[in-house]
Design a protein around this ligand. Structure first.
Ligand code: NAP
Length: 298
């Protein structure tokens, strides 16, 4: 499916990359897979979500993920642990879910409270149920283009770029942000697609001058309207992974109104990357269930 229309690409009217139609197509295929699994095995695929603490935004994200599972024929289990939980307690809970045959995918909501060793918790998921792509194993398979689960947001961005026929090979991609769930795996997936990749972070010196060299910019910073038009090369493709609550609603890491006229393509917030993250998570849960239950995933 290609949604790219070159005729729409000018520097004053960028192509707006919409995640929703691509996400819907993924979810339609996923639903068919779920039905096939149920028919063949009598087992309903199940995603377990783990929320530590009571951050209202995280609570909302987890609820949305659970509801979407159910909407597409899967089960979901929600585990909520107090914000005073220790690493050992959370690891024990996640390990129990990893050993439970009725659970096929595990999502641990990030970020966790400061006292928690997030890496230890992620590793307790294990490769087979890591449908959010956060373990070392998944990072390795992503990096080497081997079968495995992609980190949900970066994988969603790659699928979105593919749907819009965005040329990655040989392009200079600048990823702003190096978190384990977003910036780092994003950089690895772009590298695996033969981009020349620069990763920027909070200690990067003269960030605008580096972003100005980019054919493709991925903003994954967590600061509302951080990227400005005078940081961009004319005709850049700009992917905004940011999602920041604001007084007038949620906004991205890119100052959309300022940047759009300079871009060839740009993702909006909301309606860009967000729906892709959710669709990839649900899709990977159904694929994980198919593999664990010995059903053809395709
Ligand atoms: P994070 O863990 O806080 O990481 C933010 C990254 O940005 C860090 O690597 C940090 O650098 C870098 N950074 C911070 N200030 C900077 C600055 N002034 N200049 C350059 N780099 C800077 O955040 P995250 O979890 O990756 O999330 C990033 C954004 O994506 C957030 O808005 C989040 O809500 C959004 N998000 C969206 C989705 C979705 O589905 N759409 C999913 C996940 C996250 P250091 O490493 O040096 O600290």
């Amino acid at each position: 499916m290609s949604l790219y229309n070159p005729a729409m690409t000018t520097t004053t009217t960028p192509t707006v990359i919409k995640g929703k139609p691509i996400a819907d197509a993924i979810l339609t295929d996923c639903e068919k897979r779920v039905q096939r699994i149920i028919e063949k095995t009598g087992v309903t695929p199940c995603l377990a979500t783990v929320l530590v603490g009571n951050d209202p935004a995280s609570e909302k994200y987890v609820d949305r993920k659970g509801k979407l599972c159910e909407k597409h024929g899967m089960k979901s289990i929600k585990v909520v642990m107090p914000d005073t939980s220790t690493t050992e307690e959370v690891v024990a809970k996640v390990s129990a879910l990893a050993a439970d045959d009725s659970v096929h995918g595990i999502l641990v909501q990030h970020p966790m409270p400061k006292q928690i060793d997030e890496r230890a918790v992620f590793e307790a998921i294990g490769g087979a149920k890591d449908v959010d792509g956060v373990t070392f194993h998944s990072f390795g398979t992503m990096t080497y283009s081997l079968p495995g689960f992609g980190s949900a947001t970066p994988e969603g961005i790659m699928r979105m770029m593919k749907a819009y026929d965005i040329d990655i090979l040989g392009k200079h991609a600048v990823v702003i942000g190096r978190s384990v769930i977003l910036g780092k795996p994003m950089a690895m997936l772009l590298l695996a697609s033969h981009a020349t990749v620069t990763i920027c972070h909070s200690r990067t010196v003269d960030l605008p001058s580096i972003v100005r060299q980019a054919d493709i910019v991925v903003a994954a910073v967590g600061i509302a309207h951080f990227v400005k038009s005078d940081w961009l090369k004319e005709g850049a493709v700009v992917i905004d992974a940011g999602f920041n609550p604001g007084p007038g609603g949620n906004v991205g890491d890119v100052d959309y109104d300022d940047c759009a006229p300079k871009c060839s393509m740009i993702t909006p917030v909301p309606g860009g990357v967000g729906p892709m993250t959710l669709a990839v998570l649900i899709d990977q849960t159904s694929i994980g269930a198919a593999r664990q239950l010995g059903v053809d995933a395709d």
